[in-house]
Structure formats: C-alpha cells, structure tokens
Design a protein around this ligand. Structure first.
Ligand code: BJ8
Length: 382
C-alpha cells in the first residue's frame, strides 16, 4: 500500500543528490570514511573535516561473491557488506555506488565475524580498526576507550591534515544531538494510537541516517514530523509490535514488511537501525572526548558483556509504546543477539509480554514460513 506521507519522498529523492555531493567532495580532496558500526563516532570524523557513509550491506545479491572467500555460515550482514566491497574493487557489475566513494574504512572490534572480515578488508580498501572494551561497565573501560578515541582522532588528523579541536568536537556533538532530538520527536509521535506512520516507513528513513549528510537527514526528518503532526493519519488497527535485535541495513526490510502484511502495527524498533542509534544524547557541557567515550560505551549492543542495560531498555520501551508483542529478530548466525534472546524473553515474560523469535537471512525462501508464524503470533496476542 503506497504511503500517504509526502515527506517520505524526500528520502527517496535525496539519494542521487547525496551521491553527487560525495563525488564532489572527493574531487575537492575531502576524505570519505566508510564505517560498519554505531561504535565509530561520527562526531570525530566530521570534526576532522571528513565525511562518512555506513557500508553495512542489506542486499542479497552481493553475498555469493563474498562466499567465494568467507564461510557460508556467517551473518548475512557481514557477507553482504564484504561482497559489495569485493565487487566494487574488482570491477564488478552489481552497481553498489557507495564503496568507490570511500577513501578508508574505519572498523571496530565487535563480533568475531566482523573482526575477522576486517582482517581481509585491507586487500581491497585501506582499513583502520578501533578497539573496544568488551566489558563496558568495568572501571578500566572508560579510560581504555578514551585512549582508543584519541588514537582514532589522531588517525583522522593524519588522514585529513586537519586538527580535531575541542571546539570542532563540541560543534559536532551539538549537531549529532540535534539529530537525536529530532528522532525522539519522530518516535514520540509513534506512541499515538493508531501510530501515524508505518514501522517499515520509519525503518527506510532510519536506514538513510547512515547515508545522508546530517543536514540532509535532519531536513527530511523535520519535514516529516511537521507533516505528521498536522495530518490525519490513516487508521491502522492491529496489535502493537516492537521489533528488537539485529540491525536491518539498507535493502533489508523483509521481516517488517511481513509483519505489516499480516496486520501487525510496528510502533518501535530496539536496534541499531532504531532506538540504539539515537536514544542517549552526548553530554554537551564537559570535556568532549570524555563525553563521547561515556555515551558510546552505553550503546546496548549484544557484543558486550554483561548487557543488562539492553534488557532493561527493551522492557522500558515495551511499556512506553504499549507494545502487545515483541518480534525478536536475529540475523542468521549472529550468536550474540541469538543467545541474548533468552534473557530478553525472561524479562518480558515477567511483564507478560509475549515474544516471537525470528532468525533469518537476506533470501526469500523462508518468507512463507515466517508469514505463518507471524500470523499465529498476532492471532495469539489480540
Ligand atoms: S553496535 S549491533 S552495528 S556491532 S555483524 S553483531 S548482526 S553477527 S551489526 Fe552491530 Fe555495531 Fe553492535 Fe550495532 Fe551480529 Fe552480524 Fe555481527 Fe552484527
């Protein structure tokens, strides 16, 4: 069903503009950084005068190429991302325009699959790897991460020839916080009954957050919020659903599309393409490096241990959005999110909120089966 929200067209139409902008920047010598994870602070990249795009792959067509080098039984996001790099760097024809725009990849030590893929990436693109403390709540974690951020800042200075000053960092922290506040405004509107925008539409917007420039993205979200606040929404009756789990990179909308086709109403997503990217702001009134280190260590990613804050966040969001059921989404072979499901399920059970676990890849062979399970779940919770 086509959307009645015209503000969504902005995001579709801005794609070519952004590609042209990035090409122009490269011609002027501005460095473009490719990243794969929320843990790499955009604020440092922008403060150094560089630009960034996120290279996480959500497309299925780049996977066979990746499987020529990587094992088949690893997460599709890793394979899709790697396949796009190999294709672009070896003159392939899959027309992924993002990779050739990138001067360098800034990667991060998160899950095993990504870490090992990053060891092969330098065969194709210059790669810098930022380390992360695996126990972010430990007393040593903050200092360690702070030193990693400073090293990364130095790397960016050497790459661009620009200093990363505290003033520039503060400016970028304020800018990123502005984006986060706007997303809070959009997500707040989704608490309405019925919500004024579909979850699959919000996901497509959120995916653009990782591609558009901050200014472009804010313009689009702001216009969308203005429109929603003044529009009469289409009636959307059905059980209120939260999706929680792995990120859904651009090109991957399979599960939300199925949930909505079956009559579920998605009201919030606890993922890196949902609340995890914007929920917590960076403190603006302290040393900017420390403020960044503190905020980024709070990202509730299942690669970290223990990850109590994620479990608490999910319960909190479920209550806040009057959620009637949680669809727990794991990308195939993502052990971190898959195993953490158990703790999430127990916490939700205490609140009498049912959970449906779906593990899937980027193919379409399981669509019918997922549809049957979603159907049964929705019937159970109404
Ligand atoms: S902060 S979720 S973006 S690591 S690649 S962990 S799906 S097996 S993407 Fe992630 Fe950063 Fe955490 Fe977010 Fe699993 Fe696949 Fe690994 Fe993945």
């Amino acid at each position: 069903m086509p959307s009645s929200l015209q503000g969504l067209d902005f995001f579709t139409n801005s794609y070519e503009l952004r590609i042209a902008q990035l090409r122009e920047e490269r011609e002027k010598g501005i460095k473009i950084v490719g990243t794969f994870c929320l843990y790499v602070p955009d604020e440092i990249i922008f403060a150094a005068g560089a630009d960034r795009i996120v290279l996480c792959g959500g497309r299925a067509d780049t996977i066979p190429l990746a499987e020529q080098s990587l094992p088949r039984n690893i997460c599709p996001l890793i394979k899709s991302s790697f396949g796009a790099v190999v294709d672009a760097c070896c003159g392939g024809n899959l027309a992924c325009p993002h990779v050739p725009l990138v001067d360098v990849v800034v990667a991060e030590a998160t899950c095993d699959g990504k870490k090992k893929m990053y060891e092969i990436l330098p065969d194709y693109l210059p790669t810098y790897i930022m380390d992360l403390p695996q126990k972010p709540g430990s007393p040593e974690a903050l200092n360690y991460f702070l030193s990693e951020l400073r090293k990364f800042g130095k790397f960016m200075e050497d790459l661009t020839g620009n200093g990363v000053s505290n003033d520039a960092l503060r400016r970028e922290i304020r800018s990123a916080n502005e984006t986060k506040r706007l997303l809070h405004r959009l997500f707040e509107l989704r608490r309405r009954d019925p919500p004024p925008i579909r979850g699959s539409e919000v996901l497509r917007v959120m995916q653009k957050q990782f591609f558009l420039s901050p200014d472009q993205f804010r313009q689009g979200v702001s216009q969308l919020c203005d429109e929603i606040e003044h529009a009469t929404p289409d009636a959307r009756a059905g059980p209120r659903i939260m999706i929680s789990g792995c990120p859904m990179a651009a090109g991957n909308t399979k599960v939300p599309d199925i949930i909505e086709q079956k009559g579920g109403v998605i009201v919030v997503e606890e993922s890196c393409t949902g609340t995890r990217s914007f929920w917590d702001l960076v403190e603006e009134d302290k040393d900017p490096w420390t403020a960044l280190a503190e905020r980024y260590l709070e990202i509730p990613c299942a690669c970290m241990t223990p990850n109590d804050q994620r479990v608490a966040r999910i319960v909190d969001l479920a209550k806040r959005y009057d959620v009637q059921g949680v669809v727990y989404y794991t990308l195939q072979f993502c052990h971190a999110y898959n195993i953490e499901r158990l703790r999430v399920q127990r916490a939700l059970k205490k609140e009498k909120i049912p959970l449906l676990a779906i593990e899937s890849d980027y193919g379409d062979s399981d669509m019918e089966q997922i549809g049957i399970r979603v159907d049964a779940f929705l019937e159970m919770i109404v």
